[in-house]
Structures are given as structure tokens and as C-alpha cells.
Design a protein around this ligand. Structure first.
Ligand code: ZN
Length: 407
């Protein structure tokens, strides 16, 4: 068993510990506390991480790693549907090898920036067998789209699940991601729900990201409506209700679904989310992608008042310039000044762990939790260690995943 000491230990499970230490037994944390207590009886090796704050590894709750070669390739668009058109054109120009390389580069960038776990939406499952085991905990959510009918979707979903169940040594897991109500049919959502029930898989989806999506479902009009109608999407589900209520009222998502965005909610949506039935819906906000796509203000305060669990994600490099959650936290802080640094850190540690139903094993430095941690240079000159972490820039100093230090 190895013990680690640091200037300040931020466990996210209590108050920060000055001159803190922890021990790691296999893949899990064991003893946590003041260095003088922990190291007194510890006769095995001790690693001194010096002037650093150590905290749980960050969890990116929404990402598309296979788009990681797209950084800077798409100019900011006048409208959401114009951006969708541009990313679709770009996707057609990329090869399987580009997506493969993108995933690997994306993983490296996450790791440099202190991310030890990611919820990744996979548009290119054919590449999964060609990739080495992921270097961080990775939940791979198979993207499901059927604007135009896609044959064999059950077989693709089952084949991907089989691949993951046969590679049990991989850190993370497998899930399904019907893309969004404008790109995935009711049938597709139903298939995803059925697979989720049978195989106990998490589901994530994009909902109410843009005003155009809201107008398409609520009003049956707008640029996204026209764009998809021209592509041949049946539009009979449009013109009656909001995107969120379209999914809820038709029984197309379950109550603990991980929902990205929810930027465009009306009063009835908020009323629904304030009730007990949908209180467990898990929400991901992507601050920098939100800014890039010029969405209206995310209703963070209204959702927090209703007790919903909100996490942060980066989304992909098609709408962001980095996969850096520190930068996302700083962007969120500017837009929502009432959020404390501690609130922001919860959104990248214990809250995404809760979204994955792993709040008792991930996202904290606590006995029995998975030993995923990062160290950030910290002189101790400031009183507010949480604020110092949010303001941290540059590569992290040290990282541990599943009990093993990584370079
Ligand atoms: Zn996304």
C-alpha cells in the first residue's frame, strides 16, 4: 500500500485538509486525513506530491471524442441549422482513420487537463475494436440517428454492447445515445429504452439545445424544421409541444436519463421538472459550446431551485476550442456569478458521478472510492482553495487513475 502527501487535500467529501495524506489499496482509496495521522502508522512507501492541491479526477459529462480533429474547422454560424449543415458536410469529408485519430487525441487532451472519466458519444462504433483500451474511464454512448431510415440498428446496438461486455477490463462502460428528438425517431428512442431496460445501460440524449429545435416541435416552423423537412424527415411530430415534453409525454426517455443542454424550456417544462417524477433527470450544461452557438441563457438558476442535478461538459471540438473543464468552469462563473467555486467543482466531480449512478464510488476522495485523483500546483497563498482550483491553468501536475499514477 502506498501513501501520498500533499499541501492541501480537497476530498469533495468534507472540508479541505491542510497537509493532507491518503493511502491507496489496489484501485481504491483507503485512509484519508491529516498527514501526521495517516503517515504515523504507515511504514510502506510514501510519495510526497509537494506544494500541490490533490482533488478527485474531473468527470466530463458530455463529449464527442471522435470529432476531435474538427477544432477550428467550423466557423461560428448565423443559425443552429447552418452549423448542423456545416458539421454534416465536414463529417462526410473525414475518413474512419481521422475519427480514430480524433478519439485518441481527444483522450490525450482530456488527460492533460485533469479529466479521469468521460461520457463520450460515439458516432463511429466501427472504430471501437481498433482503438487501444481507453486511457481514462470512458463511458461510450453509441449515437443513434435515423433522419433517414437506418437498417440494422438493433444489431449495431447489440454488437456494440457485446463488444463492451467481452472487454470487461476496460475502465468505464457502455450506453446508448439517441442523438436528439429532431434526428432520432420515436421508434429509435423506444429501441434505446428497451435495450436500456434489458441490458441495464445508461442513456444520454441532446434536448432543447436551440431555439430552432423548440420552434420546430412547439410551432412546426423555423429553419431547423425547413432543413429537416427537405432531408425527408417525417414532420408529423412537430407543431404541438416542446422538445422536452415531446420526449416525456410520449414515454421516450426514462426518469434518470442524462440530458444535454435543455437551453430552451418553457414554463410548462419547468413545472414538469419541478415535480417529483422528473427530479432525477440528469442535466449537462456545456458553457463554451453554448457561447459558440449563440444560444439564449441556460436556465441554470431555475433548474437548481428545483433541485435538479446539473453537470458540466465540453461537448465536441466542433463547437469548442478545447476539452478543458477548468476553462468551462471559468466560463460558467462569468455567466452565473452566484455559483461558488465549490458549486462548480461539484459539477465536474460528485454531480456527474451521481448522473452515472456511481455517487458512492466515484467523484470523491473517500474510503472505498475508486482512486482517481489529480494534483494541481498550489502554494497555499490564498485562503480559498476551491477558487484557486477553478483558476488553475496549464497541464496538471500529476494524475492517478484506478489506483495507478499515470504520466
Ligand atoms: Zn453533444
Amino acid at each position: 500500500m502506498i501513501a501520498y502527501r500533499c499541501r492541501t487535500l480537497v476530498t469533495m467529501d468534507g472540508t479541505p485538509i491542510d497537509n493532507g495524506a491518503f493511502t491507496v489499496d489496489g484501485s481504491r482509496f483507503r485512509d484519508i486525513g491529516a498527514a501526521r495521522e495517516i503517515l504515523r502508522n504507515h511504514t510502506d512507501s510514501v510519495v510526497d506530491l509537494g506544494h500541490a492541491v490533490v482533488m478527485p479526477g474531473l468527470i466530463n459529462a458530455h463529449c464527442h471524442l471522435d470529432y476531435s480533429l474538427m477544432r477550428g474547422a467550423i466557423l461560428s454560424a448565423r443559425s443552429f441549422s447552418q452549423w448542423v449543415g456545416r458539421i454534416n458536410a465536414l463529417k462526410r469529408s473525414l475518413t474512419d482513420n481521422d475519427y480514430l485519430r480524433g478519439t485518441q487525441l481527444g483522450h490525450q487532451e482530456l488527460r492533460r487537463n485533469g479529466v479521469t472519466a468521460v461520457l463520450d458519444i460515439v458516432a463511429t462504433p466501427q472504430n471501437l475494436p481498433l482503438l487501444p483500451p481507453p486511457p481514462i474511464r470512458t463511458w461510450s454512448f453509441l449515437e443513434l440517428i435515423d433522419v433517414r431510415p437506418r437498417p440494422w440498428i438493433e444489431e449495431i446496438a447489440f454488437g456494440s454492447w457485446l463488444f463492451f461486455s467481452e472487454h470487461g477490463e476496460r475502465l468505464g462502460g457502455f450506453g446508448l445515445s439517441p442523438h436528439a428528438p429532431y434526428t432520432a425517431s420515436a421508434k429509435m428512442y423506444e429501441i434505446a429504452l428497451e435495450c436500456s431496460r434489458m441490458l441495464n445501460l445508461p442513456i444520454t440524449t441532446h434536448v432543447a439545445e436551440s431555439r430552432e429545435e423548440y420552434d420546430m416541435f412547439a410551432e412546426g416552423r423555423g429553419q431547423l424544421y425547413d432543413f429537416l423537412r427537405k432531408l425527408g424527415r417525417p414532420m408529423t411530430d412537430c407543431g404541438s409541444t416542446s422538445p422536452l415534453r415531446h420526449l416525456i409525454e410520449n414515454g421516450l426517455i426514462n426518469q434518470d436519463c442524462i440530458v444535454a443542454h435543455l437551453n430552451e424550456l418553457d414554463d410548462r417544462d419547468l413545472e414538469l421538472l419541478g415535480g417529483t417524477k422528473w427530479r432525477n433527470l440528469q442535466i449537462v450544461h456545456c458553457p463554451k459550446s453554448h457561447h459558440f452557438l449563440h444560444h439564449r441563457r441556460f436556465p441554470l438558476e431555475a433548474l437548481m431551485e428545483r433541485g435538479l442535478n446539473i453537470c458540466l461538459g465540453t461537448d465536441s471540438l466542433a463547437s469548442n476550442d478545447s476539452l478543458d473543464l477548468f476553462s468551462e468552469m471559468r466560463t460558467a462563473k462569468k455567466v452565473y456569478p452566484t455559483l461558488s467555486a465549490r458549486d462548480l467543482l461539484e459539477m465536474v466531480t460528485i454531480r456527474p458521478a451521481r448522473a452515472l449512478k456511481l455517487e458512492r464510488s466515484l467523484g470523491r476522495i473517500a474510503p472505498g472510492y475508486f482512486a482517481d485523483a489529480i494534483a494541481i500546483p498550489f502554494s497555499g497563498a490564498t485562503e480559498d482553495v476551491y477558487e484557486a482550483i477553478v483558476q488553475a491553468k496549464g497541464p496538471i501536475k500529476w494524475m492517478m487513475i484506478n489506483g495507478k499514477p499515470v504520466n
